[in-house]
Design a protein around this ligand. Sequence first.
Ligand SMILES: *Cc1c(COP(=O)(O)O)cnc(C)c1O
Length: 396
Amino acid sequence: MSMMELENRYTAGVYPKRDVVLVRGRGSRVWDESGREYIDCAGGHGVVLLGHCHPSVTAAISEQAQRMVTCPGIFYNDQRARLAERLTQLTGMQQAFLCNSGTEAVEGALKFARLSAGASGAQGRTGFVATMRGFHGRTMGALSATWEKKYREPFEPLVPGFTHVPYGDIAAMEGAVNDSTAAVIIEIVQGEGGVRPGTTEYLQGLRALCDNRGVLLIVDEVQTGFGRTGRMFAFQHHQIQPDILCLAKGMAGGVPMGAVMLGSKVMGLYSGAHGSTFGGNPLACAASLATIDVLVQEDLPAQAWRKGQHLLDRLRAMGARSVREVRGLGLMIGVEVRTRAQPYLEAMMARGVLALPAGSTVIRLLPPLTIGAEDLDAVVAVMEEVLRKGDGSASR
Ligand SMILES: *Cc1c(COP(=O)(O)O)cnc(C)c1O
């Protein structure tokens, strides 16, 4: 049986599949079984910040795999200690809880927020206000914060206490936050919801609102963190500081990892409050330390900014009629088309470029921050051809 047949038969079938079997990656390129090469702007859903198989990360993983792979949180570990310190330095937060994915980071954030709202004497503060088009993960708590109906409805009843208000609307948030609210949870750029950057005015307004009402601000940077948007963290574009920060996706160079970063209002949780068997395992910590070193040494956030501006400029300059809007921040880019995005994604793949949807009408590009000028130009050329075809203005 082919690999496609095997996966179709023996995996749960929850993913809409593309007809390609990827077997190898290097830098911004990946290869399929037959040796065909693609430029990877899907980047494992934004995980691939340094490109595939970055030599520093590969070396760190293989060294750590020979020293110690697992070490539960009840014991101390050198890699974990170093990473936790590094993460607090980078984020301006106080402490880290390490886990294994984005949804776990959000799950932890929600639990810590309730715990902290209770611990600070504000009993009864158990509610959360999230935003329309927000995406925070697929486990029951994180799913309750997620907006999209098709992700939620089959699994109801979800966790009670969540409300959703329009993103970008500070008055709506003011109306929704009340005495039973533990926290507000937001993305700085809504990712899955269509690549929608928040404005500084909105985000600073949220920070002030949360301060005034004694509510925690949870910032979900699972997709935007670690340089993706042109700053190490996207909240740094807006001079705000979260109370709780969720991280995951690219933080360990492709090794599964997440983190909940805690600010001073939340730190000092009691022993036994939360836990994870794999969370903070030395293998992931070593991979993350190596990833962060490369991000800092090569100033990849600045590169993401420059390359993102270039890509946004080129995409906007095309003026294709099939395009409704081009949005983005750094190398997190969304091209909203007037019809369904899927046929465009397929046409791009046929021309050797892998990209993602973000909702039904947005083509999302999340290339490695290390992508070279040549590959960026190739992506622009393919997008131009495909989008013009969508205009009906190019020959078929
Ligand atoms: C991807 C994503 C998640 C969920 O992460 P998983 O690792 O898939 O569980 C949560 N929040 C945001 C903003 C994301 O982009």
